[in-house]
Design a protein around this ligand. Sequence first.
Ligand code: BGC
Length: 395
Amino acid sequence: MKKFLALTLAVGMSLSLVACSGGGTTEPSTAPSDSGAAVSDSGSSESTGGAQKIGISMPTQSLERWNRDGSYLDEQFKAAGYETIVTYSDNDTNRQVNDIQNMIAEDVDLLVVAAIDGEALNTVMNEAGDAGIPIIAYDRLIMNDNVSYYVSFDNYTVGTLQGQYIADTLDLENAAGPFNIELTAGDPADNNAPYFFNGAMDVLQKYIDSGKLVVVSGQTDFDTVATAAWDSQTAMERAQNVLASYYADGTQVDAWLCSNDSTALGVTQAIQSDYAGSNTVLITGQDGDEANLKNIVDGVQSMTVYKAVANEAVVTLDLAKAILNGDTIDESLISASGWDFDCTYDTETYNTSEGRNCPSFLLVPDVVTADNMVEKLVDTGYYTQDADGYLHPAA
Ligand code: BGC
């Protein structure tokens, strides 16, 4: 269904309003925008009325996507008649604990949490559990059995899409090679990061083993190539070191696996400032951040794995409604909700502790390149395109 997103969401939300029996008072439905709610890190955005209250805890505003997630969640929950408290914790775990404790003190009815560190929220998750507050782990799993459900994209597939893109573009099955590659992964504190990396390596490893792909630096294990806090500057500095140590003699780097757009941004900057070669380096990414889409148009980043976070918010809202209504929750939520995007129900992949599977709703990521970005992002209404061909989030 190729309709403008605003229309899709407006229709989706009015259906949601009809279906909502436990949401208290309703407000007119409005299409979400990316303008950002009137919130700042640790600030709050609350609507009025005696509605049920949702605590939405996002990790940071410094990485582009979480601003979109926070806005979509805030606007969609409000449009469905809930009160919201939205916080961004500046990538500071103590602050996130504090933000969630404040939400518990405010008697929220449900928590939606995108964790900075999936291992570090134990105490506050136990406090929420003791208070009987259901918890949806949003995008990133939290290692605590009080987490009721997990909503995310298929993180492993994000990685396989990146790896397969490299394999296809370099034609690793047929070309003689060898090709040189370097690897940059995400934040070790983020449960998603190894999924992305392992997905990509499961595609690429056989070519490394056969010698068709050569990691010239020899840096292939996750901990060595990881990027704390997904920080662009950190990714750039490691890439500069790798270039200075292994490529200063004119050795060509053909591809650089980057797990997401913020790390790709740092690696691209290092290539532009510190790389002696003149070839176009194939660089992967994830998210469709505005600066990275510009780099794709300009030919300095090759692809991004796009995740429609507006849809992730839709799933979260419908799941939250079902939880608050006391419905039985399983894959029937997918058909009952009538979403016009793909989502699977998974009870095997994600464990909050050994032996405890966290029921998960996983959306499907998609590859975006210069060739398909108008079809995937502009025609669908997520972005607009300016006269120079650059994309900007739709208002
Ligand atoms: C998200 C990615 C994002 C990264 C950094 C991950 O948990 O799934 O979409 O690029 O965090 O913000």
